[in-house]
Design a protein around this ligand. Structure first.
Ligand SMILES: [Zn+2]
Ligand SMILES: [Zn+2]
Length: 271
């Protein structure tokens, strides 16, 4: 009994450390590199309003709390792997299976997130579960994990569920989990960064318009009623929840990658 408890405690500490390192690299990496490249990033700022130090502090503290909750939810996956309920692939990878698992992980997460997020905006749940995240009217990369505990559980529960689902078909590749989680935090930190890195025409192009931009999620924070999606714009377009002026607001801050720093800034009016 004591052995099991100490194994779980050790696993929680391990999860906390790994997730904390991932969060710090992504949130601080985005904040520092945007600051270092400010001549290039400043004209791409989405809102006129600036996030304060108190905003960043709140986002950071909530994120640390979220990472502690993630560690607890991770124990479900840990126990399921230990019990053989979730099968893990050992040995050299088959790259086609690896790619297929990655596509499923990202696609399923996008769908999970959209519907969970719509649920969090229901009157019955919003104040308890999601208002904490929406305190960031002008989000920064530190808001990546700024969730109330209930949202933290909903956000992380997809990991054991997803791994179980994949493992019904084929043993899960640890490398696919690693790349998926890295992609998740990178997109999350950039999506909350408050600066639009995509170039003009990005949201209307048939090649890139299916990807969400930072403006997409920033509009969700400044206005709250539209743009619930995570990685892709599909669900918002299908369900009619895309911001009606999304393309317009995006074009107001998007700059070409080459020569964009020289152009004057036209920040949107949000918040
Ligand atoms: Zn929301
Ligand atoms: Zn957000």
């Amino acid at each position: 009994m004591f052995d099991t408890l100490s194994r779980f405690a050790l696993h929680w500490v391990h999860s906390f450390q790994i997730e904390m390192i991932r969060y710090l690299i992504a949130a601080a990496g985005v904040a520092l590199s945007y600051w270092a490249l400010r001549r290039w990033t400043a004209p791409r700022r989405i809102q006129r309003r600036l996030a304060s130090f108190a905003d960043r502090r709140r986002e950071f503290l909530l994120s640390v709390q979220t990472i502690a909750v993630f560690g607890v939810v991770d124990l479900i996956a840990f126990a399921a792997i230990g019990a053989g309920i979730i099968a893990i692939h050992r040995g050299p990878p088959n790259w086609a299976i690896f790619a297929a698992q990655l596509v499923v992980m990202i696609g399923a997460h996008d769908t999970w997130f959209y519907w969970m997020h719509r649920g969090l905006h229901l009157r019955a749940l919003f104040l308890k579960a999601h208002a904490a995240h929406h305190k960031s009217r002008t989000p920064t990369s530190w808001a990546s994990y700024a969730f109330a505990p209930i949202e933290s559980v909903f956000e992380s529960l997809y990991v054991p569920v997803l791994l179980f689902g994949i493992s019904l078909v084929t043993p899960v590749y640890p490398l696919a989990i690693f790349v998926f989680l890295g992609h998740q935090i990178a997109r999350n930190a950039i999506g909350h960064s408050g600066h639009e890195l995509a170039w003009p025409g990005f949201t209307r192009s048939r090649w890139t318009g299916w990807l969400t931009t930072t403006t997409h999620h920033d509009l969700h924070h400044s206005e709250g009623r539209y743009d619930f999606g995570l990685y892709f714009t599909w669900w918002d377009r299908i369900m009619g929840t895309q911001h009606p002026r999304y393309h317009e607001r995006f074009e107001a801050v998007a700059r070409p990658w080459i020569g964009g720093a020289a152009q004057p800034q036209v920040a949107t009016e949000g918040a």
